[in-house]
Design a protein around this ligand. Structure first.
Ligand SMILES: NC(=O)c1ccc[n+]([C@@H]2O[C@H](COP(=O)([O-])OP(=O)(O)OC[C@H]3O[C@@H](n4cnc5c(N)ncnc54)[C@H](O)[C@@H]3O)[C@@H](O)[C@H]2O)c1
Length: 379
């Protein structure tokens, strides 16, 4: 049997580069296609060849944009497995840079899918990076009368009154793990784009009879996370604040709950999906299966860094933010036998060690906060 060959779009990025390592370990040949967005790739991380120094030397690198059909077609040579991760990834930024985000995250899918439709290639399996953000609010229940509900996003009126929790008929709702069949209610341009791109890949993958799986990633954390990018990765942003002796800035009251999943668990999930031979066109959650409040993350990181700095609770909200969302991880376990296995605190220690090893990051939180406020995205 010929050796499987994976193309990872966005393979120079945080998750893509870990996926490259995992697939190499599992016997894949790996090519990456990446346009090295300056917001993601700070000069300091680059090796002499102009690519991030953390990339494995065995990875074949193609500098190019997935919006360029010719570049994408050329990078498909000999490829059997496609992992599409290239994207612009800032939820808040997507609300002000709407054209750029829609071009990079939805139109790019159209370009790639037309290429796969019209031009010759050998791709026999696709995995695409989707996002938990497409759910909008998470799943809630049981209510006093035993129901599970998927409430609509909170209204501006409610948020302006600083009533952060979801309620139904006066009853505060309890968050539950969110399953894949929860109705999708994206609340940001990023989320709308990710939903569209997921559905486009599933529809065209089915039409072309190429098994396709969309992985709805929850909040990934780990080494190689873009510390210079103020719009992504709350754990990395908090570490960069703390290392600069600044308090982590927390929206609302900080009690909103999320699901933080180790980047190697995410990479393993992609690998499990790509290695499977089952014909399937499905969307699956990739999370840790446990939830944590944003305040708790700030306190854990401060403790691990030996800093006596409490988070600064802003009591403001970002337009489009949801209150609670964490993963029901049952479906990917049933379909692909995948379970996350990394411990949160061990993972956070690794993240801190890595941040320390790359030097003190520049903290751009206040600048990005001011930009969001100027465009009325923080209230
Ligand atoms: N990090 C998370 O917590 C998270 C959560 C949910 C979903 N995702 C999704 O996972 C994927 C990877 O995210 P990440 O955190 O590794 O982001 P990242 O920003 O670290 O990596 C993205 C990579 O894609 C490249 N890229 C962007 N646009 C491109 C284009 N048009 N052509 C070629 N390359 C391009 C960038 O240069 C970068 O190297 C994205 O699709 C993102 O939406 C990530």
């Amino acid at each position: 049997m010929t050796r499987p060959h994976a193309l990872i779009t966005g393979g120079a990025g945080f998750i893509g580069s870990h996926l490259a390592d995992v697939l190499l370990d599992r016997g894949f040949e790996v090519t990456i296609l990446d346009c090295l967005l300056p917001q993601v790739h700070a000069d300091g991380e680059m090796g002499p060849d102009g690519w991030p120094a953390y990339l494995d030397p065995r990875v074949r690198r193609i500098y190019g944009d997935v919006l360029d059909a010719d570049a994408f077609e050329a990078s498909l040579e000999g490829v059997t497995h496609l992992a599409h991760l290239a994207a612009s990834v800032g939820v808040g930024q997507s609300m002000t840079n709407i054209v750029d985000y829609t071009r990079n995250n939805a139109l790019a899918a159209a370009v790639m899918l037309e290429t796969l439709t019209h031009r010759p290639h050998s791709v026999r399996r696709i995995a695409v990076a989707s996002s938990m953000s497409i759910y909008g609010e998470g799943h809630y229940g049981p209510t006093a009368d035993g129901r599970y509900v998927s409430p609509p996003p909170r209204t501006h009126e409610q948020l302006k009154a600083r009533r952060w929790e979801l309620s139904l008929d006066g009853e505060i709702l309890t968050p539950k793990p969110t399953p894949e069949d929860k109705p999708l209610q994206p609340t940001s341009i990023y989320a709308v784009n990710k939903r569209d791109h997921e559905e486009m890949f599933l529809a065209v993958g089915r039409a072309l009879e190429i098994p396709t799986v969309a992985l709805r990633l929850f909040n990934a954390y780990g080494s190689r996370q873009a510390l210079s990018n103020p719009y992504t990765g709350v754990a990395a942003i908090f570490i960069s604040r703390l290392l600069n002796d600044q308090p982590p800035l927390v929206f609302e009251d900080g009690e909103q709950r999320r699901d933080f999943v180790h980047v190697l668990d995410v990479a393993d999930a992609f690998a499990a999906v790509l290695e499977s031979e089952d014909p399937m066109w499905e969307a699956c959650n990739v999370g840790s299966g446990r939830s944590i409040a944003i305040n708790e993350i700030a306190y854990v990181l401060a403790r691990l860094l030996g800093k006596n700095i409490a988070p600064e609770v802003l009591n403001t909200f970002r337009v489009g933010d949801i209150r609670h969302c964490f993963a029901d991880t049952g479906k990917i376990e049933r379909l692909f036998g995948f379970t996350p296995r990394r411990d949160f605190e061990v993972g956070m220690r690794e993240l801190i060690d890595w941040v320390r090893s790359v030097g003190r990051p520049i903290d751009r939180s206040e600048r990005s906060l001011a930009e969001l406020a100027a465009s009325r995205m923080v209230v």
